[in-house]
Structure formats: structure tokens, C-alpha cells
Design a protein around this ligand. Structure first.
Ligand SMILES: [Zn+2]
Length: 321
């Protein structure tokens, strides 16, 4: 009897060992497409130079930005002063959405940092009251929030997360009279070596535009050029897309349903009730070439540095090797 028990134990251990070894090569990538770090270009306060100067260059270089808008500063129809207003109107903001950029929530009034509001009710109003306004004026549900003056506390963050995917995170201030391309490159090197997901915090683009502008439009463009050259290792996307990926990534596991030497049936399973319906990038570390299908459809597989990358939605998928 004890010999049988020993045999069972050895068989179970062997099975777990085999399963452990073969399951380990399949993992969820930290960032989309297996990139080393993620960067979002964020533009705060909704000034007109975002339309006149940032938008054409973003289009030229193929980037999507996140534009954080303060409700009370959006130019109202009929109230336009004689000179063009410093701030964008609702109709102008629709142009950003039409080009695939994100419009995010930068509070109701931006009157002070949220940590300096008189009560938590005021904080809650600053964060939540813009939501129906964005819905009414632009027909969107805002996904991300940006703290006025970058100040927050865990309690404030909790309120933000009730109705947003999250708030702007590690932020690198870009612009101001002393800003240089070298500073930008230093930021990039830091972000890449830390494997961060970071937001480049941009206000004004040109002198006379928004707060703390770049010294020149040429420098802003040089930064975009530098960013473009890093695309192979950097995921450059809106805050909403990066946050959604992170939310799904951090709540998901890969469960192996069955496995043979030639085939793995697995499930990407999220414990998050409101998991976003987007794909996650998985990495298969085995040396052999693989094919992947999900719901009967073939999934593109990219070979990179001796590994295979592919993107699947939550649910079952089949890997053949
Ligand atoms: Zn601001």
C-alpha cells in the first residue's frame, strides 16, 4: 500500500513537473506587442495651440495623444471674444475625436489642486461632475482623469477609479524656456530602463499658446522625431489604451486546459468583472514555430528574438507547435 502511495506521489510530482516546465514558456507581456515600456503624450488644459500646432504634427508622425480638458474653460458658443479665445470649443474638440485621439477629464474648474479643496464632497464634484457634460457635449464616456497640478492622495485616487480606468501616472514635464531635446532623451532613457508606463506632460506647444510652452515648434517636432525612432521598443498610445491593457493584464492568468507535445489548449482568464474587451499580447518562449487559433480563427504570430508573440482576447485559445 505504501509502495502504491509512493508511486502515486512520484507520478503526481512528475506530472506537475512536466506541466510546470511546459506551461512556464507561455506568459502575458507587460506591454502590448512585447514592448519594453509605454509612453502616452498628454496635453493639458485644452488650449488652441493643441489644435493648430500639435494635431497636424501628431498626424504626420502617426501618434495618438490624450487631451485633458477642463469643463469650465471650454469656449462656449456665442461667448467668443473678439480675439480668438485661448481655449478650444466643443466643436473643435470633436476634431480630436475624429482623428482617434483621446479626450480625458481634467476636472470641472481646475481652481486648485484637489488636495486643497475644502471638502471631499468638493473633490468628488470636481472629478465626477464633468462626466455627464462630456457625454452630452461630445457623446463620450471619458476613460481617464488628470489631477490638476498633479496632486493626489490614495483617497482621491479611489474616487477617480469609481468612474475612470485610472489617472495620469508617472508624468514627465515637457516644455518651458529651458527644455531641450537632451532632456527629452534623458526622459526616454529613464522610461526604457525602468520599463515604465509614463505620461509625457505637455501644456503649451508654442509661445503664446498654453502654459509653459516648448521654446519653439521645431523642438516639439524634434521630440516627436526622437519618439518615432524608438517605436520598436516603446508602445506609444493614449492613456485610455494603456490603462485598459494594464487593467486586463493585472487581473488575468493563463490556465492550461490540456497539453500534448504538439498542442496546448489554454484559457486567458480575467478575474475583473468589468474587464475591457481588448486583446493581451502573450509570449511563447519555446524555440519552435507555432500557430495560434482563437474561436476557430488564426491569430497572427510574430517571431521576435527567438520567441513568439501573439495577441488573444480573454477566453480559450489553441497553440500548435
Ligand atoms: Zn492642468
Amino acid at each position: 500500500m505504501s509502495r502504491l502511495r509512493t508511486l502515486c506521489f512520484i507520478s503526481a510530482a512528475f506530472f506537475l513537473l512536466i506541466r510546470g516546465i511546459s506551461a512556464a514558456p507561455l506568459q502575458i507581456c507587460k506591454f502590448k506587442d512585447g514592448k519594453q515600456a509605454a509612453v502616452s503624450l498628454t496635453f493639458d488644459d485644452g488650449t488652441r495651440d493643441h489644435l493648430t500646432h500639435a494635431l497636424p504634427l501628431l498626424k504626420q508622425y502617426g501618434f495618438k495623444g490624450t487631451f485633458y480638458i477642463i469643463i469650465n474653460r471650454v469656449r462656449q458658443p456665442g461667448k467668443a471674444p473678439r480675439k480668438p479665445s485661448r481655449y478650444l470649443s466643443w466643436d473643435e474638440l470633436k476634431l480630436f475625436l475624429a482623428e482617434g485621439h483621446e479626450i480625458g477629464n481634467h476636472s470641472m474648474t481646475h481652481r486648485c489642486q484637489l488636495t486643497k479643496e475644502k471638502s471631499m464632497d468638493d473633490v468628488r464634484r470636481e472629478i465626477n461632475d464633468p462626466i455627464p457634460v462630456f457625454r452630452e457635449k461630445l457623446g463620450i464616456d471619458v476613460k481617464t482623469f488628470c489631477y490638476p497640478g498633479c496632486a493626489n492622495t490614495p483617497e482621491i485616487e479611489k474616487i477617480v477609479k469609481e468612474h475612470h480606468l485610472g489617472a495620469s501616472r508617472s508624468r514627465y514635464a515637457c516644455g518651458g524656456p529651458k527644455f531641450t531635446l537632451e532632456q527629452w532623451k534623458r526622459y526616454m532613457e529613464t522610461i526604457l530602463s525602468n520599463g515604465e508606463d509614463a505620461a509625457m506632460m505637455i501644456h503649451g506647444i508654442v509661445p503664446g499658446g498654453g502654459w509653459s510652452p516648448f521654446p519653439s515648434l521645431e523642438l516639439f517636432e524634434e521630440c516627436l522625431k526622437d519618439l518615432k525612432q524608438r517605436e520598436a521598443v516603446l508602445w506609444i498610445d493614449t492613456c485610455a489604451h494603456v490603462f485598459a491593457y494594464k487593467l486586463l493584464r493585472d487581473s488575468s492568468v493563463i490556465e492550461i486546459r490540456s497539453e500534448t507535445p504538439r498542442r496546448i489548449t489554454a484559457e486567458l482568464r480575467s478575474s475583473c468583472e468589468k474587464a475591457p474587451d481588448i486583446p493581451l499580447t502573450l509570449r511563447y518562449n519555446g524555440p519552435e514555430r507555432i500557430t495560434v487559433t482563437q474561436n476557430g480563427r488564426p491569430i497572427p504570430v510574430e517571431r521576435k528574438n527567438g520567441t513568439s508573440l501573439f495577441a488573444v482576447f480573454p477566453g480559450e485559445f489553441i497553440l500548435q507547435r
